[in-house]
Design a binder for this molecule. Structure first.
Ligand SMILES: Nc1ncnc2c1ncn2[C@@H]1O[C@H](COP(=O)(O)OP(=O)(O)OP(=O)(O)O)[C@@H](O)[C@H]1O
Ligand SMILES: [Mg+2]
Length: 621
């Protein structure tokens, strides 16, 4: 259950702490400005009752100058306050935004699968802006208008006690009205923010999926869905405007009615000599000063309500704890050593068919040992030990009792029908997901005991959907290896058959657009492959890295990969026989179970499911 909006906003108060000084300056400046504004009517009273009534002309100039000085002070301090305020709240917003971004990065892919990206976007942008506006203006003015209201009320009562009390009594319904407004507005504000998030998701999907929408002729339907959502949001906003408008009109009416009444009652008081003329003028001018704090109350309450619901939405993200962490391991190990495998080919260890190569459970393991020796975990570079996995909220197991071992320097090819769980199995090594049962060992150590940054430095991944970032080719390729030399970058690009990038208008400095949209699918895959190669990991994981390439390019990349993968422990998902041949061994995954392990040739000869799968691939080509 999420927190109440106000409690959520209150929880964000530590973000104001670094700006305490600025907050004090803001409040002090605003208080002095208010005091100066209140003092002006009192000066007016002295001018009327003293200088004018008693013909003391000598007082006019000093009192006039005093009024001007008060006005100038008020203007100067307002300027300072706004400047300090602008700086402080912009920095505070940045602090929250940085923390939110860092938190989103810590959350595992499963969280991002579950949340609409538009909801995250609107929380990280619109909601933070709403909080900033309230923290900057709302809080300060809530304080200032309360102070002004109290001070002015006290002054009014001191000028004429019964008139003052009648005036104050008229404000009681305003406060009752405020409470009712708060209740209504809270619900509408939250609804508007959630609808804004849904709409952002739609706009984002329409932008990224524009090709599919156009190609399938679904643009009108998508537009209708968008219009319907936008319509809902505008209805909510109109309802909000209605509530605010109604509230504000009452807030404007009451002080003006109070002033009108004060004029009538004040005139009676003056005629009965219970009040001076100057006193009445001061009373009315001071009374007018109540209009602003009461009106501001409307704005403050509305923006406070919006900020509180926005804070509730932001805190909901902060309250989602990352399921995948390595806190214990982080404490143990402060200095992760980086194991770098050179790009150049090294003798392959061990040779294909090495006796330590093993695959058990649910299938044949030709030439493999089947006993668990005590040091086996250490001999294996990557070991899936009785691994099972199901996605959160889905009881169906995607992987069951997977036992698989990849020795140092070996290339294991993982193959199997679509949906058999290959990608899921790969996710478990760099802990993009955590096992539901069993364990995954990297060089004899449970991956959950290795600090995450270290683990992810040791294991590099290249995925089927080659995600490139809006940056230059160079920045994209060196993403996991910031210290790579020019020669290394070139070698990686050449190995991945991505030499086409040298022909781009600005060579490696060419920006490759949002998600690399300007490149073809195969080109993107090759740049992404170069990136995975360049990070020189201990373990390289490639999920169908060549799926978008034509046969000739695939063969060239396969040959180059063959050279590169020598010396690197690799797990490669592949379907085509030519890529499968890249591996020392092949593991066949069938509906979440390792159905067979062996060399391509062995499996072709002994495993009908495998032979069938490969033949179909061959025919498909
Ligand atoms: N985020 C997810 N949440 C729930 N179920 C998922 C999720 N991702 C995948 N699955 C399910 O897990 C199963 C295995 O998916 P996975 O992506 O591992 O298959 P794959 O072997 O890589 O398939 P392909 O060859 O098509 O890439 C599928 O049945 C899929 O529906
Ligand atoms: Mg997959």
């Amino acid at each position: 259950m999420s927190q109440s909006p106000v409690a959520a906003l209150w929880r964000l108060r530590p973000y104001l702490r670094p700006y305490r000084k600025q907050l004090i300056i803001m409040v002090t400046a605003a208080l002095v400005v208010e005091a100066a504004d209140i003092a002006v009517p009192l000066v007016t009273k002295s001018v009327i009752d003293g200088a004018i009534a008693h013909h003391e002309r000598g007082l006019l100039l000093p009192l006039g100058l005093l009024a001007i000085a008060l006005g100038a002070l008020s203007a100067g301090l307002s300027l300072i306050r706004r400047w300090v305020q602008g700086n402080a709240v912009a920095n505070m917003e940045k602090d929250i935004r940085d923390d939110l971004y860092a938190h989103l990065q810590r959350l595992e892919p499963a969280f991002h699968d579950e949340w609409q990206s538009g909801q995250l976007l609107s929380r990280a942008t619109t909601d933070l802006g709403t909080i900033r506006r309230f923290m900057g203006f709302g809080i300060v003015f809530l304080f200032i208008s309360t102070m002004t209201f109290t001070a002015v009320s006290a002054l009014l009562i001191s000028l004429n006690w019964w008139l003052g009390l009648i005036t104050m009594a008229m404000f009681v319904p305003v406060f009752v009205f405020c409470l009712r407004f708060e209740k209504k507005y809270k619900v509408l504000a939250r609804r508007a923010q959630d609808q804004d998030g849904d709409l952002t998701t739609l706009v984002e999907e329409a932008a990224t999926g524009v090709r599919v929408l156009k190609a399938l002729g679904r643009a009108p339907e998508a537009a209708d869905t968008h219009y319907a959502e936008a319509d809902q949001l505008s209805r909510t906003r109109i309802a909000m405007a209605g509530v605010v408008g109604w509230f504000w009109s009452v807030l404007t009416l009451v002080p003006n009615a109070v002033i009108a009444l004060a004029v009538v009652l004040g005139a009676v008081a003056v005629s009965k000599h219970a009040m001076t003329v100057g006193g009445l003028v001061a009373y009315i001018t001071l009374g007018l000063q109540l209009v602003w704090p009461v009106e501001a109350l409307g704005y403050i309450l509305a923006s406070g309500e919006e900020a509180a619901t926005a804070a509730q939405r932001v805190v909901e993200i902060f309250d989602t704890d990352p399921a995948i962490t390595s806190e214990a391991a982080d404490e143990e190990e402060d200095h992760p050593e980086r194991v770098v495998v050179p790009l150049t080919a090294e003798p392959r260890l061990p040779a294909p068919g090495h006796p330590s190569i093993r695959g058990v459970t649910g299938g044949s393991a030709p030439g493999g040992k089947t006993d668990h020796g005590p040091d086996l975990g250490h001999a294996a570079h990557v070991l899936f030990d009785n691994v099972s996995f199901s996605y959160p909220g889905d009881r169906r197991p995607v992987l069951s009792e997977v036992n698989l071992e990849v020795t140092r320097g070996e290339t294991l090819v993982l193959t199997g029908a679509t949906g058999s769980g290959k990608t899921t199995l790969l996710y478990l090594v760099p802990r993009l997901a955590d096992v539901s049962g069993g364990r995954v060992l990297l060089a004899g150590r449970d991956v959950r005991d290795i600090p995450l940054p270290q683990l992810r430095q040791r294991v590099a991944c290249g995925f089927e959907e080659a995600t490139l970032f809006s940056a230059s080719v160079r920045e994209n390729v060196t993403f996991g290896a910031a210290d790579a030399t020019e020669e290394e970058i070139e070698a990686a690009l050449i190995a991945a058959q991505a030499s086409f990038v040298f022909e781009l208008p600005w060579g490696l400095d060419t920006r490759i657009g949002e998600q690399g949209m300007a490149l073809s699918g195969g080109q993107r895959q090759r740049v992404a492959l170069a990136r995975a190669i360049l990070s020189r990991p201990e373990v390289l994981i490639l999920d169908d890295p060549l799926s978008a390439l034509d046969v000739q390019t695939e063969e060239r990349v396969t040959r180059a990969l063959h050279e590169i993968l020598a010396g690197v422990t690799a797990i490669v998902v592949a379907h085509r026989p030519s890529t499968v041949a890249l591996g020392d061994r092949v593991a066949l995954l069938d509906d979440g179970v390792i159905a067979a392990v062996g060399s391509h040739r062995e499996l072709m000869a002994t495993d009908p499911v495998y032979a069938n799968l490969m033949t179909m691939e061959e025919v498909a080509r």
